[in-house]
Design a protein around this ligand. Structure first.
Ligand SMILES: [Zn+2]
Length: 469
């Protein structure tokens, strides 16, 4: 018999771990700085297809999402977005009884909340996750005590409330994390202890403790990312699981003290395209974890076959969930949560990113700052240069109300001046130089004292280069 859809967060449960310790266990690969004032860390992307928090903190027309991957470095508001997903999905599970909403909770936990680099004591919490296919890095949130500085501790604490849900006839397991829960009270109390290294290992186990046999139905969320059948063993013997109409895997049993369930949750690589009807842009996932690529030669899209991910990505010894590309071993795939602040990565694979040289692949001299999608500097004499090949190149930047004029040289010869002043801010701009001759060239932009009379400063910014016009 299928119970009704009345499922609620379990009021009498307790987890054995504090939220801080929880994250520690959640992603052991990430060093947790215990006993230090900066909170811990560790993981992905809310799935844009599900109408998540859009770029620039807005809900946008889905057709604009691909373009906005490139236009902004503010792809996902990490802490507030995760917190909102947790609240929304907790209520959706409670109201509908449907397991599917747990998938989004899980994604936000690993790829949002846990993908946060260490927070300095000043409170500059990691704010925006940047998924730009030209290459991106995690960086400090900038302002101390932003909204996300407040939602981060609330979201971390809320994870404890999202592991288990109660059903009229038992317990629902939503998340696969180490924890302990007690169902019922007195002589019919049933204590369940979950032990797991998920997602580093595709399995979890449960140990049951009770004073006398207790009949309870245990349900496990059947994740949308499964790469095969979930199998369960009860005290070592295969146990049949049925699927109910709400997407839970059901096990009914009269539990005795010391009973144990071992659950195998097959994970595999998948391509997760932004749009269901287009192969690109796409991210690579394994289980609930979104991968990001390390590549010294731009977006690695042309080197990765989306239909053969399982054979092309070879496990890297000793590093959980870390893989090298068989055909190009210098290209590394590892969880987005594993990237440290300032490490460049490519999350979305996108052919439109080819022919583009990120600012990260340009050299600087002088006190340039990194905005996440461009370098900027207002010290005259400072320069930024990049290598390219071919007869033409397009220099990419933005216009600002404090933009100045920069001198442009190609191979040491002055070819022009760029004026980055506009009365507005964040206005994309580009300058194309042609007739440079075939072969390799160097383009350099130098900050000068010159500016439009209306400009507030002499800032120059460089977002990268585009080849082929
Ligand atoms: Zn926020």
């Amino acid at each position: 018999m299928v119970p009704g859809p009345v499922v609620g967060p379990l009021s009498n449960y307790r987890v054995e771990l504090s939220p801080v310790a929880f994250v520690d266990r959640l992603v052991p690969a990430v060093k947790i700085l215990k006993n230090r004032p900066d909170p811990p860390h560790a993981a992905r992307v809310p799935d844009a297809r599900k109408g998540g928090f859009g770029p620039d903190e807005s809900l946008v027309d889905p057709n604009r999402l691909a373009a906005m991957l490139e236009d902004t470095d503010a792809t996902y508001e990490t802490q507030c977005g995760s917190w909102a997903i947790f609240k929304l999905c907790k209520h959706l599970i409670s109201l509908t009884g449907d397991a599917q909403y747990g998938d989004w909770i899980e994604q936000a936990a690993y790829n949002g909340l846990a993908a946060t680099p260490p927070i300095p004591t000043a409170g500059n919490v990691f704010y925006y996750s940047n998924y730009n296919p030209y290459g991106a890095s995690k960086r400090d949130g900038g302002a101390a005590w932003s909204c996300c500085a407040g939602t981060r501790p609330m979201a971390l604490a809320d994870v404890c409330d999202l592991i288990y849900f109660s059903a009229p006839d038992g317990l629902c397991v939503n998340l696969f994390v180490p924890s302990t829960v007690t169902v019922g009270s007195g002589s019919s109390a049933l204590s369940i202890r979950q032990e797991t290294r998920f997602p580093e290992a595709p399995s979890t186990s449960f140990e049951f403790h009770c004073g006398r046999p207790v009949k309870q139905t245990i349900r496990f969320r059947r994740p949308g990312w499964l790469a095969g059948q979930v199998s369960a063993r009860l005290d070592g013997a295969p146990a049949p699981l049925t699927v109910d109409s709400h997407g839970w895997l059901v096990l009914r049993h009269t539990w005795r003290d010391g009973d144990r369930i071992d659950l195998t949750l097959p994970m595999g690589f998948r391509s997760a395209p932004l749009y269901a009807d287009k192969p690109y842009p796409t991210a690579v996932t394994i289980g609930p974890v979104t991968m990001a690529f390390r590549s010294d030669r731009g977006n690695p899209v042309s080197k990765i076959g989306l239909t053969s991910l399982g054979s092309e990505l070879v496990p890297s010894q000793g590093e959980p969930l870390t893989y090298h590309l068989q055909s190009a071993p210098d290209i590394l795939a590892r969880p987005f949560y594993a990237y440290k602040e300032g490490e460049e990565y490519y999350m979305y694979l996108d052919p439109s990113a080819l022919g583009r040289i990120s600012h990260y692949h340009m050299r600087t001299n002088g006190p340039w700052h990194d905005s996440g999608n461009h370098y900027y500097c207002n010290v005259p004499g400072a320069w930024c240069e990049g290598d390219f090949e071919g007869d033409a190149v397009t220099l990419l930047g933005f216009k600002y109300d404090d933009g100045g004029r920069g001198e442009v040289q190609v191979d040491g010869r002055v070819v022009g001046t760029i004026d980055e002043y506009a009365s507005g801010r964040d206005i994309p701009a580009e300058w194309t130089y042609r007739g440079l001759g075939t072969g390799k060239h160097v383009i350099r932009v130098t900050v000068t004292n010159a500016k439009a009379p209306e400009s507030k400063d002499v800032y120059i910014n460089i977002a990268g280069l585009r080849l082929k016009g």
